[in-house]
Design a protein around this ligand. Structure first.
Ligand code: ADP
Ligand code: MG
Length: 400
């Protein structure tokens, strides 16, 4: 990564503003899944061990203004438990109370600001808000990869404000890891490099297909997305999820990709979109009128498997079927197992996308994958080849 990280700075005795991704699920007023808090711990402990005082900030949910049900208080409690030290909860995001609390913070202490979306200026990337935040600290660290695709005051604006004040703005360890994994796969992959795309629709991922197509050795397409390609090839797809306005696009992509684009050879079809319908496994040429494709079949798994033999880099985004219904989770599970095997055989495997990550985690295979991205939207935009504002705003390693 061509951005400075916390390894390039000395945080001893400094007040450090850290943008973290503590956008965690809450249930009955407490944190129900602390994965994202855990993911920030390496950066936080690194800075604390150096003798820094930490001012943390994150958004939580999508409040429009102050909403006590989305206060960071439960997050402060959980973080305190994980670190074994008390976490001071600020009353707001900025203002006199925050300034006072930040000013009297001692090395080793942690102040957690309120939900950054309580401030209207956050999503507007308001320079005034960014300046107030920057004034709280000597250094800024962005470790919120999951928010790096947004140009908000706490992700982009504050980094700019720090630079104008002559203070460093650098990447945390989680953000660095994400950018390094995804960046290496995109720009310098060890080959063979195979991408696997699935999920509901082509339309949400056209830019990903477009960007990956010329970089990969093979692109394996499953999930609902494959249906539009199959229909474009002339197959009957019954009542399957199809984007009729994307048939031409599908044809163009297939032409451009030639033999590199691999579609499923068979399908699990159902007579209703239901957890327990009648089901059949058929070649893709024999999908019945009135039925719908719900998963890839075993022949497709074998076909995809043949492209993963000896692979060195794999990027996967999007489930192979309607995995929310266990009956149609088989293809996704089988692909997750193939990725785990590829990892064991020495490949770098990367999974991004909220549903794909949920499926692999549910299957208990997450720790057998090289890198599970914590940022759904951010990883998708990265794979599209877009610049992430939260990364771009950080200090360059080499002066431009
Ligand atoms: P991710 O969150 O990993 O990026 P998406 O959000 O693009 O993935 O897609 C996930 C959704 O795709 C799931 O809700 C799943 O049910 C749906 N899906 C996968 N295959 C099919 C299919 N054959 N028909 C309809 N929906 C599908
Ligand atoms: Mg999704």
């Amino acid at each position: 990564m061509n951005k400075k990280t916390i390894h390039d700075i000395d945080a001893a005795g400094k007040r450090v503003l850290v943008r973290v991704d503590f956008n965690v699920p809450l249930q009955d007023g407490s944190v129900s899944d602390d994965t994202r808090i855990q993911a920030a711990l390496p950066t936080l402990t690194h800075l604390l061990d150096q003798g820094a005082a930490l001012i943390l900030c994150s958004h939580l949910g999508r409040p429009k203004g102050v909403d006590p049900s989305l206060s960071m208080a439960p997050v402060a409690a959980r973080l305190g438990e994980l670190l074994g030290i008390p976490v001071i909860q600020a009353e707001s995001v900025v203002g006199p109370q925050v300034q006072g609390a930040a000013g009297s913070l001692q090395p080793g202490q942690i102040l957690l600001l309120e939900n950054t979306r309580f401030e209207a200026g956050e999503t507007k990337n308001d320079p005034g808000l960014a300046e107030q935040l920057a004034s709280l600290a000597d250094l800024y660290v962005n470790d919120a990869f999951g928010s790096a695709h947004r140009a908000h005051a706490t992700t982009a604006g504050v980094a700019e404000a720090m630079r104008q004040a002559g203070k460093p703005a650098v990447a945390g360890l989680l953000l660095q890891k994400e950018v390094d994994y995804l960046g290496r796969a995109l720009h310098n992959p060890i080959r063979p490099f195979v991408a696997i795309l699935g999920g509901a629709k082509i339309s949400g991922k056209i830019d990903v297909i477009d960007n990956l197509l010329d970089k990969v050795d093979n692109l394996l397409v499953g999930g609902g997305m494959a249906n539009t390609f199959l229909k474009a090839q002339g197959h009957e797809v019954g009542d399957s999820l199809v984007e009729d306005d994307k048939l031409d696009l599908a044809r163009q992509l297939m032409e451009r990709a030639g033999e590199r684009l691999i579609l499923p050879s068979d399908a699990v079809i159902a007579d209703a979109f239901d957890p327990h319908p009648n089901i059949l496994v058929v070649p893709v040429s024999q999908v019945r009128v009135g039925w719908r494709i719900m998963d890839i079949g075993l022949a497709s798994v074998q076909l995809f498997r043949s492209y993963l033999m000896g692979v060195k880099t794999v990027v996967w985004n999007g489930p192979m079927g309607v995995f929310e219904f266990p009956t149609f989770g088989t293809g996704t599970l089988a692909m997750a197992q193939l990725l785990a095997q590829a990892t064991a055989a020495g490949a770098t495997t990367i999974i991004g996308g909220g549903d794909s990550v949920a499926a692999v985690t549910k299957a208990g295979l997450a720790d057998r994958i090289s890198h599970i991205s914590t940022g759904g939207g951010a990883s998708l935009e990265f794979l599209e080849g877009k610049t992430l504002p939260g990364v771009a705003a950080l200090d360059d390693t080499i002066a431009p």
